[in-house]
Write a protein that binds this ligand. Structure first.
Ligand code: SME
Length: 164
């Protein structure tokens, strides 16, 4: 397996996600351990896109998400259903893009440096939420519809591999 996920310069954002996805499918191939893949997914996304914080929160029970594999500084270990951006993405079963975390009611500030973020739910074959991918930036307005589409494709590949 090619271990480097660094992207060539000069690609558009959409092209970068396309290239990432090609390499990412190889990383998924033949690996059946969820924690190992989530850990490598966080590392690969951080290496390719330089995200400030990238990681997973996994559904623990009806009320709580627990911190899963991530890259970045120490984060909140639990998030309640419907709380913060992650808990809201879980409750509303949809991607949430937050251009300015200070303008999001109930945002959970694990790091005071976090300024914008995107959270994508992980859905299984039945459409049940198994967790979320949470990506934070230390700049305002970091994520747009290209990021949303690209990251939703990454999460779709991950979920098809594990949950279908
Ligand atoms: N952004 C999250 C909290 C988790 S940390 O930022 C890593 C939220 O408000 O749900």
């Amino acid at each position: 397996m090619e271990a480097s996920f660094s992207l060539p310069t000069g690609l558009t954002k959409a092209q970068s996600y396309e290239q990432f996805l090609t390499d990412y499918r190889l990383l998924l191939e033949g690996e059946t351990d969820l924690v190992a893949v989530l850990a490598n997914t966080a590392a690969a996304l951080r290496e390719a896109f330089g995200f400030f914080w990238v990681g997973f929160y996994l559904v623990q029970d009806k009320q709580w998400l627990s911190l899963g594999p991530f890259q970045g500084s120490v984060a909140c270990s639990r998030i309640r259903h419907g709380r913060g951006v992650c808990g809201t993405a879980w409750a509303e079963e949809r991607t949430i893009l937050v251009p300015d975390v200070d303008a999001f009611p109930g945002h959970i500030a694990c790091s005071s440096l976090s300024r914008s973020e995107i959270v994508i739910p992980l859905k299984d074959h039945y459409g049940h939420i198994r967790g979320v991918l949470d990506i934070d930036s230390d700049r305002l307005n970091s994520f747009d519809s290209d990021d949303q589409e690209g990251l939703e494709s990454v999460v779709r590949a991950l979920c098809q591999h594990f949950y279908e």
